[in-house]
Design a protein. Structure first.
Length: 270
């Protein structure tokens, strides 16, 4: 049934991408941005990929509570990401920047996104099946919520070069999808359909796409991994999110021959 979710997600994403390309110019202009080359790309890939992935989650086989959690996490995280895409500015960046603005009484679109993704992660975690009760259940919800929200934010942090975020969510989701996880398979399907335009530098995920696909990926991990692997995944996600406040992922990747080679796969020459 995971295969069905991947197929539905890929088909929905491809169909929506074709429909988006036919929109009148005035409808597409609000989503146009300048990429790292100084060329114009569209952020419509984001909502297209998220809606495609959500369709795959809905169609794929999963426990009903897991499916509900993935739909909630992906849709809310994608929605607040879209809000930041359309209403945000580049003046304030990172957790520290947005939280500092909040302390000054300034509510940035990024802060709305952070709070929305965090709330979606916790709500989705609360929907997931649990064996423990009481304090153990609460601790599990908090940990799973952090994993879901952290994965959503990490995917967004990687969306700085063509295909990078799509490769990351696919690399994480593909092994989980092999276990029959519908949400993970849906991410793989949507990412595969979105990749040609993203790698061709005609479009990019933006906050909407990266947050949405990242949140569904995080939900799949929270629902599928055994506890030891889940602890490792949470530790890695938290560490990378914290490191992003001090380190440029783009510089680190460019400085590592293996990571740089993977990063360049399918992309236009420099």
């Amino acid at each position: 049934m995971g295969f069905l979710g991947a197929v539905v997600a890929a088909a929905a994403t491809a169909g929506l991408e074709r429909a988006a390309a036919k929109l009148p110019k005035e409808k597409r202009e609000p989503f146009e941005r300048t990429n790292h080359r100084g060329e114009t790309v569209t952020l419509l890939e984001g909502p297209v990929a998220v809606i495609g992935a959500l369709a795959g989650v809905a169609a794929g086989g999963s426990d009903g509570r897991v499916k509900a959690a993935a739909l909630l996490a992906g849709s809310v995280s994608g929605a607040v990401g879209a809000y930041d895409d359309l209403a945000g500015t580049t003046d304030t960046k990172g957790f520290r920047g947005h939280l500092s603005a909040l302390r000054r009484g300034e509510v940035t679109s990024g802060a709305v996104k952070i709070l929305g993704v965090g709330a979606a992660g916790l709500a989705a975690a609360a929907l997931l099946p649990r064996r423990s009760k009481g304090v153990g259940a609460v601790a599990g919800i908090v940990a799973d919520g952090a994993l879901i929200a952290g994965a959503a934010n990490l995917a967004n942090l990687l969306d700085l070069r063509p295909g990078r975020a799509l490769k990351a969510v696919t690399a994480v989701s593909a092994p989980v999808a092999l276990t029959g996880s519908g949400p993970a398979a849906a991410v793989v399907g949507a990412a595969a359909a979105a990749a040609p335009s993203d790698l061709g530098e005609r479009s990019m995920l933006g906050d909407c796409g990266a947050n949405g696909l990242g949140a569904i990926t995080g939900t799949a991990l929270a629902a599928s991994l055994p506890r030891p692997l889940k602890v490792l995944a949470l530790g890695a996600v938290v560490a990378l999110n914290l490191a992003s406040e001090k380190v440029s992922f783009t510089k680190v990747i460019a400085g590592n021959p293996v990571l740089d080679k993977i990063d360049q796969w399918g992309r236009r020459p420099r």
